[in-house]
Write a protein that binds this ligand. Structure first.
Ligand SMILES: CC(C)(COP(=O)(O)OP(=O)(O)OC[C@H]1O[C@@H](n2cnc3c(N)ncnc32)[C@H](O)[C@@H]1OP(=O)(O)O)[C@@H](O)C(=O)NCCC(=O)NCCSC(=O)CCC(=O)O
Length: 566
């Protein structure tokens, strides 16, 4: 790009920056020197390919979504939390909000994630262990007791039974007297990544995608600020994928949901802002920053060129980041604070919109209150002390970071081509029921291609670790330590007994006939292929449990079985 065009871009960005609202904060260095809100080539310099980098807040958004960067608003500190019963987790949420957490993020226990009630024999020993146990709308009410749902953005990490859990959240809002239409938050919902990596699926892909289509339709129409999908690379990466695989599989999944919305006749400019993303911040600092920058650029281009999105918001890739759980070590666990800080810094320099920092003890158990506080304070140290929120995309123009960004983007494009090719093989007639990328994803799930690719990357990494080419402090280098054992959080089995008792009491109090009628109406909607949200909401209002709702659908749709791969 020639110097005049660069200068013109700078003027355009500066005008937008000047017009935008900024935080009331000090934007100078620690020594008191002023810094610009964003930097670019020096006046008079040319820069080949600058249109791919650009200015913050401009297409293709490589440098962030806003002309102000974090001067307009800092990222959301959103700590993922949940354990025991709804009452205990409600206490932890109040602690997080009082300590400066900017939003909530619900972690559910394994039975809930699998759509089972706490009294299901398969739930034995798991209730309240890796998150909070939620059986019905009454639990959801307790979970958010004294937390006004209309004022706090809430993320719920659940995919298999996302839709019934979402209905419980809506009913909890109704019972607080909050109009569900004003709710703002995020539901994970991403079922592709369950088949690809995390493996907490319930049904076959086809009916499940239909249910997700119902949710997208409902939110686009009735809850405009709510984001019904958080397309997740985190679990793909944690399963062993490389940075480029994480990026490409996740964005491809995102394209799949865009195709789903379009196949339902929805307007891309209306529903696309409801798609958000969730990435891992691993420990390779620069590679991660490049990944985040490439993610925004690829998404914007595909949304504009492939899917016809016209508005900024429909082209924006907004994402939450969690630091890498797999990078934490049980050995010398205090070192995990350092790893997490470096990973969090990469997420911030990559322009994350929302961030969870892991606690130092998370490789051993759910975080203790003390470890959870250090994790949250880590974000505050970055935000308040280091000056990183003063300048948008401070690494833009770095030869290394720009070239890494280009390389990861090129690698991702190659993977998209492989996915498309699978779609062409799956549908040689060119008839794609949802869309070409979706056909490729479904074929890749069916024939175990994604899991095989991820397993191969995990294997390569493990080999290099065992050969000592890759090093991890306290694991294969620097073993000596004076650190003793940590006090870890243990969830008592009493929680399970208590939860089962409470569930039995609630079942005893409800109107059984109403439960049956509403569940039957939901089943009829499933058979008629009509939108299932309204009848599911009615069942939830009648206190039908998660296990009952998912049970009806399991009986109707069948459960998914993974193809065996060797
Ligand atoms: C979009 C995100 C990513 C973030 O939403 P947030 O509300 O926090 O932030 P946001 O949308 O970026 O910002 C809030 C509002 O401020 C505006 N805003 C932001 N920055 C601005 C700026 N500089 N200038 C002007 N406006 C700005 C935004 O446009 C938005 O307004 P408008 O709304 O008006 O536009 C959302 O989807 C989210 O919260 N995701 C979290 C997902 C999560 O927690 N997942 C946990 C998974 S945990 C998991 O899976 C566990 C893994 C494991 O351990 O097993």
């Amino acid at each position: 790009m020639d110097a005049d065009a660069i200068a013109e871009g700078r003027r355009r960005w500066q005008a937008r920056y000047d017009a935008a609202k900024k935080r009331d904060a000090d934007f100078t260095t620690l020594s008191g020197d002023p810094v610009e809100p964003a930097y670019g080539p020096r006046p008079g310099d040319t820069y080949e390919g600058f249109e791919r980098i650009g200015w913050p807040g401009e297409y293709p958004y490589t440098r962030g979504l806003y002309p102000t960067g974090y001067r307009g608003r800092t990222w959301t500190i959103r700590q993922f939390a949940g354990f025991g019963n709804a009452e205990q987790t409600n206490e932890r949420y109040k602690m997080i909000l009082a300590a400066g957490g900017g939003g909530l993020s619900v972690a559910f226990d394994m039975p809930t994630l699998m759509g089972r009630d706490s009294d299901d024999p398969r739930a034995l020993g798991e209730v309240g262990h890796c998150g909070v146990a939620i059986d019905s709308a009454a639990d959801m009410e307790v979970l958010f007791k004294d937390i006004p749902l209309g004022d706090v953005t809430t993320s719920m990490t659940i995919s298999g039974p996302a839709v019934p859990v979402f209905c419980m959240y809506l009913v909890a809002a109704e019972r607080q007297g909050v109009d569900p239409g004003v709710l703002n938050g995020t539901l994970q919902t991403d079922i592709f990544k369950e088949y690809i990596a995390q493996k907490e699926w319930l049904f076959e892909p086809e009916p499940h995608l239909r249910l997700i289509g119902d949710l997208m339709e409902h939110c686009a129409r009735d809850i405009p600020a709510y984001k019904p999908l958080s397309v997740s690379g985190y679990h793909i990466r944690e399963a062993g994928a490389t940075a480029a695989q994480e990026l490409a599989y996740t964005l491809a999944d995102g394209f799949g949901y865009v195709e789903l919305g379009l196949s339902r006749g929805l307007d891309v400019d209306v529903f696309a802002p409801g798609l958000s993303f969730f990435f891992d911040a691993h420990v390779d600092f620069f590679e991660e920053i490049a990944k985040f920058r490439a993610a925004r650029r690829i998404w914007a281009r595909w949304m504009r060129e492939e899917y016809g999105a016209r508005t900024d918001k429909a082209q924006w890739l907004r994402f939450h980041t969690q630091t890498a759980g797999v990078s934490l070590t049980a050995q010398q666990p205090y070192n995990n604070v350092v790893r997490t800080a470096v990973e969090a810094l990469a997420a911030v320099l990559g322009g994350t919109n929302s961030l969870h920092t892991n606690a130092l003890d998370e490789t051993l158990a759910l975080p203790s209150e003390q470890a959870a506080e250090i994790a949250l304070r880590t974000q505050q140290v970055l935000m308040e002390e280091t000056g990183v929120a003063n300048v948008a995309d401070p690494l833009g123009g770095s030869w290394f970071v720009e070239q890494l960004t280009d390389r990861i983007e090129a690698d991702a494009e190659k993977i998209f081509e492989q996915i498309k090719e699978r779609g062409r093989r799956a549908r040689p007639d060119g008839q794609h029921p949802i869309g070409p990328i979706t056909s490729g994803i479904l074929r890749g799930i069916e024939d175990g291609w994604f899991t095989g690719e991820i397993a191969e990357s995990a294997f390569q990494y493990q080999r290099s670790l065992e050969k000592g080419d890759k090093r991890v402090v306290g694991v294969n280098v620097a073993h000596g330590s004076v650190t003793g054992d940590l006090e870890i959080l243990r969830v008592s089995h009493e929680v399970e007994r208590e939860q089962v008792k409470v569930l039995a009491a609630r079942k005893g109090e409800r109107d059984e006939a109403r439960v049956r009628t509403t569940l039957d109406a939901m089943l009829t909607a499933a058979r008629d292929r009509s939108n299932m949200i309204a009848p599911m909401l009615d069942a939830v209002r009648a206190e039908a449990t998660l296990g009952e709702i998912c049970g009806v659908l399991r009986d109707e749709w069948g459960v998914y079985t993974e193809p065996a791969g060797f």
